[in-house]
Design a binder for this molecule. Sequence first.
Ligand code: SIN
Length: 285
Amino acid sequence: MAGLNIVPTGGGVGAEVRGVDLRAIDDAGFAAIERAWIAHQVLLFRGQALSDDDLIGFSACFGGLDWAPVQETGRRFVEGRPELYIVSNVMVNGEPIGSLGAGEAVWHTDMSYLPEPPKASLLYALEIPPSGGDTSFVNMYTAYETLPDDLKARARGLKVKHDGTYNSGGFLRQGVVPTDDPRQSPGHLHPMVCTHPESGRRMLYLGRRRNAYVDGLDLAESEALLDAIWAHVCQPRFCWTNQWQVGDLVLWDNRCTMHRRDPFDNSARRVMHRTQVKGAAPPAA
Ligand code: SIN
């Protein structure tokens, strides 16, 4: 597609795609975007003007869309559009319009407590606070490749429980009985080291730290191993941070990245709309 330009972020992951209006991409443009997404894992598109239907339409180019998880209150976000997840601290008539509030959202992979987590997430900025609320991404290929040999050898062949008790904002998921015993909590086991089905590269697949559990180990051993691996993963050299502008669309590969969000002042408004593209169980390496 003429004019489309891919510019790496210069950080540990990601690229910006310039010269594209996501409401009007042709087949060649989409093929170039998909190739760039597999190569760079996270793509930023600035200056977009997307309606909810545009966001859903572009997202659906990557495959069928998942229904979003329900809000912490148990409600669906947007009547008639179950694919849309709203990330927001805004309250209307005393009720939150979205999830995750204004606090930190800790490192995580979206919906990895499910057997078949989404392969991609797309987050579109409608309103942003004057400061804070930046979102960081970490490259789980390089996190794996640079693991010390002893940790790499231990990680291969293990499975990790991805907890379904709390979301990344620390809020209890709807209908779940709270527990901080990772052996008892709801969730799903995935291989700790997986092979990306499209790039063929090996990656760490961790989900989130809270209530994670390495299957088959005693709890203290599991905690010690996870602490050692997480201490390696969250190094700034593997990361890139987006300082949001209204009209930014960020597309990430939910298999080979994790993300987190900085807190922001709750008296400011932040409204983001998110979609998730259906994925498959991440295959063991
Ligand atoms: C998310 O975890 O999907 C939301 C990240 C953000 O609020 O920037």
